[in-house]
Structures are given as structure tokens and as C-alpha cells.
Write a protein that binds this ligand. Sequence first.
Ligand SMILES: [Zn+2]
Length: 131
Amino acid sequence: MKEKLQRFMAGRYGADQLSRVYLGITLIFLVISMFTRFMPFYWVALVLLIYTYYRMFSKNISKMYAQNQRFLNARYRRVAKWDAFKKRWAQRREYRFFKCPTCKQRVRVPKGKGKICITCPRCHHDFIKRS
Ligand SMILES: [Zn+2]
């Protein structure tokens, strides 16, 4: 039986981080549909489950790999953004943060210095802000 499964999965994509997330969402939708008896949730869960298995059994490995990479990149960007926000939040008493009006680079300046001219470290554009 195990050998049969191994032979079946040979050359197929298998599970990845994206399919794990899809399975988690499927489970959440199933639980919601169980408690609310709201059928659309059930159908969404079923479609998602079928799609997840389609991805796992797919022989188009490069396409599935690319999908997973896009998912991982998006997740990484979100985590990095959140970490940057936490860092700014921790420093909010000593510093103020501005975005450069031309290149959108974030600039940190000490708080309580009055009106100051800020030179963007990336594009050297000057702009005036109250710190
Ligand atoms: Zn700039």
C-alpha cells in the first residue's frame, strides 16, 4: 500500500506551505459551516479542498513551485512590514518617522527639535517637517 502511494506520487508535486495554508482555511470553513449550517461555506471548503489536492497531485511541478514561491514572497513581505512597524512603534517616543515625498524612503528624525529640514538619505531631496 505504501509502495503504491509512493509510485503514485512519483513525478507529482506533493504538499508545500501554500497547500498547508489552503488546508487550514478549508478546515476553518468546514467548522464554520458545521456550526452555522450555512451551506456556501461548505461548498467553498469543498472546492478549496479539491483544488489543494489538484495542486498536490499535479505533475506541473514548476508551475506549482512558482505559485508557492509567490506565496512565500508575499508572506515574507507582510512579516517584514509588520516587523518594521513594531520597530517604529517601539521608538515612537524618541523619534518621528516621515516618508520622503519624492522616493517614499522612510526617514527617522529625533523628536522635539522644532521645524527642521530633512535631507533624504536615498535621493538627497530636502523637505521641511516639524519634528
Ligand atoms: Zn528620497
